[in-house]
Every structure is written in structure tokens, then in C-alpha cells.
Design a protein around this ligand. Structure first.
Ligand code: NAD
Length: 501
């Protein structure tokens, strides 16, 4: 072992002990990896990072510079390759355990930094990371016949560049680490600037624990102060083989223009259609539970309701009975003026509404104040009757307010749902016991998630069957991301042998 390495290990041990701040003996860290030698790149993803040196040590994934973060992640990827499936399992276990253990302090941290959503739901989301699929998800496909056997394996890319949203910063990055590392990759995050401090706290904690247990120091890196420049540097870096983007339309567009393969978990505006065969109580409860979750920050969350005329009064009565509060016309108008800004359309004469970010993810009681009424802080949701062209229908508003639009027929309900979804192909919900209506809406909207007779989170395994991810790849079509999303398929063929019978 070189002198550099020995002194390095001493430094790292001293730092870890210092951080633990206790006289108790710390677990012995595994030896730090030797600095990698520069090598020419042939595009195979195994090039060692020439920047791998002492400057990458002791950061536990938190870097100022995007290129340094990428170099550190590349080094970690090569280490993970050496350490095999056992190390991937350990990483999965650490992330799931720490997310649950720290759900309360990290939920608070994220809430205090972003000031959007609900504290109880921020905490709840971190408690759910254990439901994200990991190493066991990857099973090779095998074929066997007269000409021998063939194995198709799911193998890593190398380093993934990941962009995370303000709406669920630590949950998204935690779920992404489980998926991406389970597939054998390392990664570098560029978080949303308004949710980057809490993300860096979680990344550091994950890496410290992963380093203690596996000797891999930088499996999940993050740029401490993310900017558009750090995003550009990340996308350009030679070690980044793949991008995972979770966010709105601008970042999806930016990622697709980089020339790198991008898996894009883009925006949604999920419509709900309610027909006259449904159970109105069940529909109302589901609309409140999905649409009020984290003050409607979820991309899958119910954003607007189309309901058959003959069922609308009953549905609204059930919404009121189950904790939602109805606004009258004047109150709706006041709220709309506060929650949107209107810019004159260019040439068309039509004012275009943009969501006022000050109201995104705010409590229903705060929206109520803007509407001119006082409601207690625990109020779940507001609703009001609107027409189909209302900005609350058209825009992805991310507020605990539900516009309710009457429609005269199933065909009109489906057609308006399709318009409101804007072709994002993200999520749609129906409350109906008529299988023909359900099938017609499923065909027309063609969304990645289609939930029948439940709240939107059922689409992510929360109250429905399935598995969880906070990144749902919509425009690029990978669906609910899982470890296989981050793999290359490789085929290994044994000719004429090893088929026993
Ligand atoms: P946002 O688009 O403002 O930001 C998302 C991320 O992209 C952030 O890290 C931000 O810094 C970055 N970003 C934004 N514009 C960029 C640009 N031009 N170039 C480079 N980076 C850029 O979104 P948000 O407000 O943080 O999150 C809410 C949005 O994300 C909603 O549209 C929601 O539907 C979507 N979302 C989608 C999913 C999904 O799984 N499909 C999950 C969560 C959120």
C-alpha cells in the first residue's frame, strides 16, 4: 500500500471519528481506493477518472464542481463493479434504512427549505422508500435449445446524471439511488436550487454509511450549489452515459437537447372523470386523498374533475362531507386572480395564465385566505365549479384546490379529460363501474398510469398493487422507473453446449 493511501486512510478515519463525536470505537472503514491512473477512453464506460486523486476524498459525495463529482462517481462505479452484487445490496439496505430512520428530521429539513407541501406528508414519503425495487428486480432472461444456452443480462451503464425536482427532493434522490445503484451504476445529482441543501445532507449521510460498510465513497454524488451551468457541465461530461430527469417541461426539453440518452420523468396534469355508475362517496374520498396529498405536489395527483351532470351535485356533497370546502363564484374569482398571473397573448388577444409560484404547494387554508375566507389550518382541500377552460383546469397548478366541471356525456367527459392532460401521457383517473366507459377512457388518454376507482397514489403501489418510484418516465416511455430502466441488455451465448437434455 502506498504512503499516500496510508495517510489518506488515517485522515478519513480521523474525520469519521470526529464527525461521530464520540469516544466509542467507529467501525473500521474499508481501505480507500487507490487513485486511478489516467487511461484513454474507448467509450466502453470503464475509463478511469484521471482526476481521481486526493481532492475527491472526504467529500462523501458533496462536490462544488460538476466535473469533479463526475470523476468521483466514475471511480465509485468502477469500485462497485469490483465489489459486486453484495455491495449493491448493502447500498440498497443503507438507503432504505436511513431514509426511514431520518424521515422526520429530513422531512422537516426539506419542508423548512422549500416551504411547499405538508410536513406530515414529507415525512410519510421518506418512510416509503423501502417500497422502491432494488437488486432483486434484476433477473436475467435465459433461453435453452438444441444449440446450447443464451443468457441476457441487465448490466450497468456507468454514471447516470440525475436531475431532481423541488416537489420531492430527498424522496426522489433516495428512490433514484436505490434503482440506479441496484443496477450497478453510480450517479451525480443536480437538485433543484430551492431544495438542494436538504438533498446534500441526505447524500452525505448515505455516502458516509456506504463508505463505512463497503469502502465506496462517492456512489451518489451531488453538486452542492446547483445551477444551469452545473447542469450543462454534467450533461457534457464524458463519464455521464445516461440522464434521468424528473421535473417540468423546461428541463425535459433541455435534457433532450443534450445529445445524451435521457430518461425523462416529465410533467402531468391528471384529469379525473366521474360517471353515474360510480360510488360517489368512494370517488370523493379518493379525490381528496390523492389531490390533497402534500398539497397536490405529486405529479400523479388529481388536478381537475369532469363529472356527469346527473352525478355532480352528489359528488360535491360527498366532497363537502369528507373534509373539502366549496368556494362560491366570487371566492373562486379572488383565488384565481391571486393564484395565476395573466400575460397578454401575442397576437391572439387572449391572456395566458401562469401559475403564481407563491401559491404552489400551499395549505388549503392559505388559498382560502386569498379567496377571502378563513378556514382552520387542517383543511384538506378547496373545490369549486368551473368551466373546462378555467386556468385551474388547464394549468398544472399543484395546489389543494379542485376545479369541478360538469359534462353532459361520457364522450364529452373523456374528450375534456384528454384536452386537460395535454398529451403528457402521464396519469388519468376514472371513477366508474362501467367497463365500457373505463376502456374508452383508457384508450383515448393512453396515459402511463390509469387508475380506476381509487386515489392516484394507488398507481404507485400505495393502496393499489405495484411498486413505487418517484420518477415516472412519461415522454420517453420507460414508465415507472425501476432498476432495469438503468441497464444495458447484454447477451451471452454458449454454442451447442451446456443444454443438458
Ligand atoms: P422544475 O421543472 O422547475 O425543476 C425540476 C428540475 O429541473 C430542477 O432540478 C430544476 O433546477 C431543473 N431545471 C428546470 N429548468 C431547467 C432548465 N431549463 N435546464 C436545466 N435544468 C432545469 O420542476 P419542479 O417545480 O421542481 O417540479 C415539479 C414538476 O416536476 C412538475 O411539472 C411535475 O409534474 C414534475 N414531476 C414529474 C415527476 C414524474 O415522475 N414524472 C415527478 C415529480 C415531479
Amino acid at each position: 500500500m502506498s504512503a499516500v493511501n496510508e495517510s489518506l486512510i488515517r485522515d478519513v478515519v480521523a474525520e469519521v471519528l470526529g464527525r461521530l463525536g464520540s469516544a466509542a470505537p467507529a467501525p473500521q472503514p474499508a481501505p480507500a481506493p487507490a487513485p486511478a491512473a489516467p487511461a484513454a477512453s474507448c467509450g466502453c464506460g470503464t475509463k478511469k477518472s484521471s482526476a481521481a486523486n486526493v481532492s475527491l476524498r472526504g467529500k462523501y459525495g458533496v462536490f462544488q464542481d460538476a466535473n469533479e463529482a463526475c470523476a468521483a462517481a466514475q471511480e465509485a462505479f468502477l469500485q462497485l463493479r469490483e465489489k459486486g452484487i453484495a455491495a449493491r445490496r448493502k447500498i440498497e439496505e443503507i438507503v432504505k434504512t436511513l431514509a426511514e430512520k431520518n424521515a422526520e428530521p429530513w422531512g422537516k429539513l426539506e419542508f423548512e427549505e422549500t416551504k411547499i407541501g405538508r410536513l406530515d406528508h414529507k415525512i410519510a414519503k421518506l418512510g416509503l422508500i423501502k417500497l422502491v425495487p432494488g437488486v432483486d428486480w434484476l433477473r436475467p432472461d435465459a433461453r435453452s435449445g438444441d444449440h446450447g444456452i443464451t443468457l441476457e443480462e441487465y448490466t450497468p451503464f456507468g454514471v447516470v446524471g440525475a436531475i431532481t425536482p423541488s416537489t420531492h427532493s430527498i424522496p426522489t434522490l433516495s428512490g433514484n439511488i436505490v434503482n440506479i445503484a441496484a443496477a450497478g451504476n453510480a450517479m451525480v445529482f443536480n437538485a433543484h436550487p430551492s431544495a438542494a441543501k436538504c438533498a446534500a445532507v441526505a447524500v452525505r449521510a448515505y455516502n458516509e454509511a456506504i463508505y463505512r460498510e463497503t469502502g465506496i465513497e462517492n456512489i451518489a454524488c451531488i453538486i452542492e450549489k446547483p445551477t444551469l451551468d452545473s447542469f450543462a457541465a454534467l450533461c457534457k461530461n464524458e463519464f455521464i452515459r445516461l440522464l434521468l430527469v424528473t421535473g417540468g417541461p423546461m428541463v425535459v426539453k433541455a435534457a433532450m437537447q443534450t445529445g445524451k440518452r435521457a430518461i425523462c420523468a416529465g410533467p402531468g396534469n391528471p384529469p379525473v372523470f366521474v360517471d353515474d355508475t360510480c360510488c360517489p362517496t368512494r370517488a370523493a374520498k379518493a379525490i381528496i386523498s390523492g389531490g390533497a396529498f402534500d398539497n397536490n405536489l405529486l405529479c400523479i395527483g388529481e388536478k381537475e374533475v369532469f363529472v356527469l351532470d346527473n352525478t355532480a351535485d352528489k359528488l360535491m356533497q360527498k366532497l363537502s362531507e369528507n373534509g373539502a370546502v366549496k368556494l362560491n363564484e366570487a371566492q373562486l374569482e379572488r383565488l384565481t386572480k391571486a393564484a395565476f398571473t395573466f400575460k397578454e397573448g401575442q397576437g391572439g388577444g387572449c391572456a395566458h395564465a401562469s401559475v403564481n409560484r407563491d401559491f404552489i404547494g400551499k395549505d388549503a387554508s392559505v388559498l382560502a385566505q386569498a379567496a377571502g375566507i378563513n378556514l382552520p389550518p387542517g383543511t384538506q382541500m378547496l373545490f369549486a365549479e368551473t368551466d373546462a377552460k378555467h386556468p385551474f383546469v388547464d394549468e398544472e397548478q399543484m395546489m389543494p384546490f379542485m376545479p369541478i366541471v360538469r359534462v353532459k356525456s361520457v364522450e364529452e367527459g373523456i374528450a375534456e379529460s384528454l384536452k386537460a392532460e395535454h398529451g403528457y401521457k402521464h396519469t388519468a383517473i376514472i371513477h366508474s363501474h362501467d367497463v365500457e366507459n373505463i376502456t374508452a377512457m383508457a384508450r383515448a388518454l393512453d396515459t402511463t398510469l390509469f387508475v380506476k376507482n381509487g386515489a392516484s397514489p394507488a398507481g404507485l403501489g400505495l393502496g393499489g398493487e405495484g411498486y413505487l418510484s418517484f420518477s415516472i418516465a412519461t415522454p420517453t416511455g420507460e414508465g415507472i422507473t425501476n432498476p432495469r430502466t438503468f441497464t444495458r441488455v447484454r447477451r451471452c451465448v454458449m454454442v451447442d453446449n451446456l443444454r443438458i437434455y
